[in-house]
Write a protein that binds this ligand. Sequence first.
Ligand code: DQA
Length: 147
Amino acid sequence: MKVLVLHGPNLNLLGQRQPELYGTKTLDQINEEIELLGSQLGLDVDFFQSNQEGMLIDRIHQARGVYQWLVFNPAAFTHYSYALRDALQAADIPTIEVHLSNIQAREEFRSRSVLAPVCVGQVSGFGITSYLLALYAIFERGRLGEA
Ligand code: DQA
């Protein structure tokens, strides 16, 4: 099973950016944790980060026919990018939306995701574990024959 993990804008600064909210691990360290669990679960995981909406859209288009699942932290695009929502719908690859912080417990504008309605589900608020829970969900759905 091939899984593409997408990280949106400003996540390249993890480790330095608001560590009280997002933790002290860098994006590379987070990706290592995801990769490790992926290999234990038999998932073949690739990664892509961009600060640009169009780059993320292009990567989602290219994922068609290659990846069976997307794990996506769209960062601030979560809250307003109808272009990314359309890209996910067009690509038609099951997607899990992930957030390090609990987006329901922060500013009002963060409580709304325009992408969640086209995702299989959302994991929010568990730090790096949010990504790991998404991998477990993919693994379990495969094991249960649900995807
Ligand atoms: C985030 C939450 C978003 O609201 C924010 O814009 C981010 C990170 C998270 O992982 O908690 O950049 O997606």
